[in-house]
Design a protein around this ligand. Structure first.
Ligand code: PA5
Length: 359
């Protein structure tokens, strides 16, 4: 019997229930849509000229996924900023989503302060903290439920922002796609539940296949690049292991050559290719060619396919499968998926005790 089919393992290594929260993503998506739809929004002086999504780590990835989904519907550009400096173009016709689950991340607080000073409309999305106080007269705070690890609140952070875009007529109607995504995620939750044995559970099986390897997560196309980045970060934070990510077709122009590395290095990596599920033949062909020609030295090449009809369902289904795989991999490694001690230590050391809050 696989270790993953022994219920006592999850009780022992996951006392805060990261797996339970990951399986709850469909509910989180629906609740976030309700939260974003009900939030009181500031009146826009005029149509915004661009959208900025500011955040770090688990709070920033929602912006990448939002851009991947809504980017094809938006008539204005959207950029994600992971930094302490907003682009110089931010001004009174900008909308800035400052997203920090804790509400205490220094970089995001600094960006929110810059947005206010630039006269931008600020939408703070957080469970509380200092960020919740910053929106002022030209903004608002969307409060999401507390008690989660920031990366486990992805549904809240992303989907509440999507509801705002719909309400401001920036992304067209999205409600039906949100509901379809939630239904697709429910199916995945049923199929990857810990009670489903490894032989029939795709997330458990992939976690076993990745044990002892460094996952190299490749998006088959830019449409699912944000999902590949999410997988990489979830392997880092949940499984406590190294991982990399890249995207086709760009990686055909550089990383494929890197597979000529000494074989003892190349075979430490296992490739996971993420496919949206509705790719053109040409996209599948380039993945097949690179797998046959370049990735041969890898410990394994695995494909994961997005599910559902709509772009949002396909993106979020890939995200959910990655979240679950990373948690099952943590179980196999015997590590608790929730704590991220190094992130906490670095945050503390970067902000000397007693220092004033950022401007
Ligand atoms: O998932 C995590 O714990 C991190 O990646 C955090 O999201 C990151 O450190 C930023 O913190 P916050 O999301 O609270 O702004």
């Amino acid at each position: 019997m696989s270790r993953l089919d022994d219920a006592s393992v999850s009780r022992a290594v996951d006392p805060q229930g990261m797996l339970r929260v990951a399986l709850d993503l469909p509910h989180q998506v629906r609740e976030a849509w309700t939260i974003g739809s009900a939030a009181s929004l500031p009146r826009l002086a005029g149509p915004p000229v661009h959208l900025v999504f500011a955040g770090m780590g688990g709070s920033a990835i929602g912006g990448d996924l939002l851009a991947a989904f809504a980017g094809v519907r938006l008539a204005i550009p959207m950029v994600v900023v992971r930094d302490s400096r907003l682009p110089a173009f931010v001004g009174s016709r900008s909308v800035v989503f400052a997203t920090s689950y804790s509400g205490e991340t220094e970089e995001t607080l600094v960006l929110a302060g810059q947005a206010v000073r630039a006269g931008a409309t600020l939408i703070a999305i957080t469970r509380g903290g200092r960020l919740a106080e910053m929106a002022g007269p030209h903004g608002t705070t969307i409060r999401v439920p507390g008690g989660l690890a920031p990366r486990a609140a992805l549904g809240y952070l992303m989907i509440s922002a999507l509801a705002v875009l719909e309400r401001w007529n920036l992304a067209g109607p999205c409600g039906a796609e949100v509901e379809e995504a939630a239904r697709t995620l429910e199916q995945i939750a049923a199929e990857t539940d810990p009670a489903v044995p490894t032989a029939r559970n795709a997330a458990k099986r992939l976690a076993e296949q990745l044990t002892g390897c460094i996952p190299a997560v490749y998006a088959a196309s830019p449409e699912v690049e944000a999902a590949a980045r999410r997988w990489k970060c979830q392997f880092n934070e949940n499984s406590k292991t190294l991982a990399t990510w890249n995207v086709f077709p760009e990686l055909n122009h550089n990383e494929t050559v890197g597979w000529e590395a000494p074989p003892e290095i190349a075979r430490m990596f296992a490739v996971v290719v993420l496919l949206a599920g509705d790719e053109a033949q040409q996209v599948r062909r380039q993945v097949r060619l690179a797998s046959d020609l370049a990735f041969r030295p890898a410990a394994g090449v695995h494909e994961v396919h997005g599910r559902g009809e709509g772009r949002l369902a396909r993106l979020l289904s890939l995200v959910m499968l990655g979240d679950l795989t990373s948690i099952y991999l943590a179980y196999l490694r015997g590590v608790d998926p929730t704590p991220v001690a190094m992130i906490e230590t670095l945050k503390q050391r970067m902000r000397p005790e007693g220092s004033p809050p950022p401007p």
